[in-house]
Design a protein around this ligand. Structure first.
Ligand code: GDP
Length: 362
């Protein structure tokens, strides 16, 4: 064992909550993620958001800037929000962590005019089964007849600025939606009326097109996480990393690589990792840890920046030998100062669980 291993002390800290987006096709999941990414970017300002592999990190400062008076950053000590870039049920159910959902919290997107649709119900069942807290984004409020959009405005400001008729049309739809949620066993209300988010689902009227309500949505997600998930976000920030494979990809110059969401600890270059595979767990050494190169710096030779270490929560690409048989949805573990066989056993046990749950779905 090396000196660095024996001198390393464990230090607890809070990680970023991981957010997933679910909902019926065409209800606006992708547009909403794009809008969040877009609203978090300030021209010329570096680091407002960080594009990870497969995920987007929105730091607390940015949430607070977008949310304006809705958020006082002093009320929060979680570092921000990490959105998984691939929306949808398949990614939600295949991405697991230690038996639970990889996502700590979810946005259920419902087209306010279209209302509940088959995949909305499917999503609600998935969220219920995995006990994932969620908020409902009542999307496309700008399509209400007579709506007068106010770009990127908090919802109550834009609501107050509408005509009586537009307001009552929106109210009607929102109440229908709240009724549908109730029919499916969820007591829900407009988010500003919700006192206890553990008992009631908050509904946030938004438009992924105009950005109205997006400040509110970020505020509610941040507030929910801070209030109810702080304990779960407490990790040994310097401990051996744990993550989930998003995708296995061939990458020029690197061969087979895995895109991973890291939800615990750290991973460093040259460390031994165990990755769940289609046949058996793969034991290999990290050759490179890769993150996307900022757009401005993209040069012909590589789209990636190499880093020495990555800490949770983050999305990253791991290049290592023998990853051809790695499996999407499978666990990744850093061995570090533990016994390799123990870690392999951990990965096997978790894989068995993943397989059982996939069979159940089919
Ligand atoms: P997904 O299948 O849930 O990811 O839905 P998309 O994000 O692809 O959106 C489906 C369609 O609805 C696209 O044509 C979007 O431009 C449109 N759309 C999404 N959100 C809004 C919104 O808030 N307002 C309006 N008017 N159109 C929207």
């Amino acid at each position: 064992m090396s000196d660095t291993d024996t001198t390393r002390t464990s230090s607890s800290g809070l990680r970023t909550p991981i957010v997933a987006v679910l909902g019926h096709v065409d209800h606006g999941k992708t547009s909403l993620l794009d809008k969040i990414r877009g609203s978090a970017v300030i021209e010329g300002e570096a680091g407002a958001i960080t594009q990870h592999i497969g995920a987007t990190a929105v730091p607390l400062d940015t949430v607070s800037r977008v949310a304006g008076s809705l958020v006082d950053p002093d009320d929060f000590d979680l570092p921000g929000l990490l959105f998984i870039d691939t929306p949808g049920h398949h990614s939600f159910t295949t991405l697991r962590s230690r038996g639970g959902a990889l996502a700590d919290i979810a946005i259920l997107v419902v087209d306010v005019t279209d209302g509940f649709q088959p995949q909305t119900i499917e999503a609600i069942n998935i969220l219920q089964d995995s006990s994932t807290p969620f908020v409902v984004a009542a999307n496309k409020i700008d399509t209400v007849a007579g709506w007068n959009p106010r770009e990127d405005s908090p919802v109550q400001q834009t609501y107050d600025a509408q005509s009586d008729r537009a307001r009552s049309r929106l109210d009607e739809r929102l109440y229908e939606l709240i009724g549908e949620l109730s029919d499916h066993g969820f007591s829900a209300d407009l988010y500003w009326r919700v006192q206890d988010f553990q008992k009631n689902v908050g509904v946030v009227p938004v438009s992924a097109m105009t950005g109205e309500g997006v400040p509110d949505l970020l505020t509610v997600l941040m507030g929910l996480s801070q209030r109810y998930m702080k304990d779960a976000m407490e990790i040994d920030v310097a401990g051996p990393g744990a993550g989930t494979v998003l995708e296995v990809k061939d990458e020029k110059g690197f061969g087979a690589t895995v895109d991973v969401v890291l939800y615990d600890g750290t991973v460093r270059e040259d460390e031994t990792i165990v990755v769940g595979g289609t046949q058996e767990p793969i034991v290999t050494d990290v050759r490179a840890l890769l993150q996307p190169r900022p757009l401005a710096e993209i040069r012909a030779e590589s789209r990636f920046d190499r880093v020495d270490e990555v800490g949770a929560a983050a999305g990253l690409k791991i290049a290592a030998p023998d990853l051809e048989e790695a499996m999407a949805g499978a666990p990744v573990r850093v061995v570090r100062d533990r016994d390799i066989d123990d870690v392999v056993g951990e990965v096997e046990a978790e894989l068995a669980e993943v397989e059982v749950s996939t069979e159940e779905e089919g």
